[in-house]
Design a protein around this ligand. Structure first.
Ligand SMILES: NC(=O)c1ccc[n+]([C@@H]2O[C@H](COP(=O)([O-])OP(=O)(O)OC[C@H]3O[C@@H](n4cnc5c(N)ncnc54)[C@H](O)[C@@H]3O)[C@@H](O)[C@H]2O)c1
Ligand SMILES: [Zn+2]
Length: 380
């Protein structure tokens, strides 16, 4: 882990993917430079700017002003807020709007929004004219540290989330940390679960840093600690970029990013992917369960699991299954959902477990019966 940078200078994290390499630029106030950055990246390109209604209210004006100042012609495509927009219907609307705006191979699609917009606009970019380049301008913490990096794009099927999509790397990511100031507190907190995830899965020093500095990450504050938020986001992006560069298509190491996600997805699905439990909240619960399950298997001492739980609870994330509003899901339901999420092979499941803080590994021989006994205790 490197020391936090001085505030003011944008941090650039490179994603090393040969001819598809790109930069993630991170800094406060970067939206004002979006136009000049796009002009430098792709001189003469026209832009289709895809966003949702809430982000449009807060930040579309500034994004359009920046493009206009750089002399870039931009069409706007605004979709409804929420996961429901990762649908065939909205995908069609976005693709048709991109085509109607005469966006061609040398032009760009710009995704201005959270993970929903990044996934939707990215998949539309991957599909229209068999692939248009796109730029991610992530506006949620989750999108700045996770969904805008790594090239996974897609929409949901009636059979499950993210089942229709493509790997399509952006040409650039511009993460303006000031955009997070308008994010509802609960959304920021949920995104923070993914920040903590990078420490818990592979960077113990970063986790210790977060334990001391998380309040500055949340406040984005002024003064000497004003770059804590940027630092945290840069560490996460560097962590994910490294993993993606080594395993772009998730044949191995990239699965580590799923720490907390097997338990988490089951809880999220049991809550109907509703506002009852946001993705990051489910991931926080899932990470605590992954640590506690690792402790139960003797892989770590109980104090490590407690340390992970204490930090997530300190920032206000749920850490007990019974914290779920409306009550905990049933054991049978959870086991069915876990089995659906990760194919069961001869009664064995794949989980990301830990040998310590910052030491996650892929365990592909986890006994379904052990998981059941563990969850049964947790639900008691
Ligand atoms: N592609 C990937 O690798 C990847 C990784 C993780 C998650 N995802 C996907 O990301 C999605 C979740 O992303 P998300 O949590 O960003 O959700 P989101 O895009 O729905 O954003 C959350 C909410 O915040 C609002 N919002 C966004 N930016 C704002 C801002 N700056 N100010 C005020 N409000 C703002 C949105 O309108 C929305 O209501 C899921 O669909 C998930 O599947 C993808
Ligand atoms: Zn996640």
């Amino acid at each position: 882990m490197t020391a936090p940078l001085r505030s003011g200078e944008p941090t650039v994290v490179q994603v090393a993917l040969a001819e598809r390499a790109y930069d993630i630029v991170i800094g406060r106030g970067l939206l004002a430079s979006l136009g000049t950055r796009i002009k430098a990246l792709r001189p003469g390109a026209r832009v289709a700017l895809v966003t949702d209604e809430a982000v449009a209210r807060h930040h579309l004006g500034a994004a359009e002003a920046s493009l206009k100042a750089a002399g870039i012609d931009a069409a706007r495509i605004v979709v409804p807020v929420g996961e429901g927009s990762k649908s065939y219907a909205t995908f069609e609307t976005v693709c048709e709007a991109i085509i109607a705006a005469r966006i061609e191979r040398n032009d760009l699609v710009v995704a201005l929004g959270g993970g929903v917009i990044g996934d939707l606009a990215g998949f539309a970019a991957a599909s229209v004219r068999r692939g248009l380049d796109f730029v991610q301008v992530p506006t949620t913490l989750l999108a700045q540290v996770d969904s805008s990096v790594g090239g996974k794009t897609g929409i949901n099927s009636r059979h499950g989330k993210n089942l229709v999509g493509a790997f399509h790397q952006p040409a650039m990511v511009v993460a303006d940390t000031a955009l997070l100031d308008t994010l509802p507190a609960r959304e920021f907190r949920a995104g923070y679960a993914e920040v903590a995830k990078y420490g818990l899965l592979g960077d113990a020093a970063f986790f210790s840093w977060l334990e001391k500095n998380w309040q500055d990450v949340f406040s984005g504050g002024q003064g000497s600690k004003s770059s804590s938020r940027e630092h945290a986001i840069a560490v996460c992006c560097r962590g994910k970029a490294g993993i993606v560069a080594r395993d772009e298509r998730e044949t191995g190491e990239r699965a580590l990013l799923n720490l907390g996600h097997t338990f988490g997805h089951a809880l999220e699905a049991a809550c109907g992917f509703s506002g009852r439990l946001l993705h990051g909240e489910a991931v926080a619960l899932g990470m605590v369960l992954a640590f506690e399950f690792s402790a139960r298997k003797g892989l770590i001492v109980a104090a490590d699991a407690e340390r992970a739980r204490t930090h997530l609870a300190a920032v206000g994330l749920p850490t007990h299954i019974k914290d779920i509003p409306g009550g905990a899901p049933g054991l049978d339901e959870l086991m069915t959902l876990i089995a659906q999420d990760k194919k069961v092979k001869r009664g064995k499941l794949t989980f990301i477990l830990v040998r310590g803080i910052g030491q996650a590994f892929i365990a592909n021989d986890v006994d379904a019966a052990d998981v059941r006994a563990f969850l049964s205790d947790k639900l008691r």
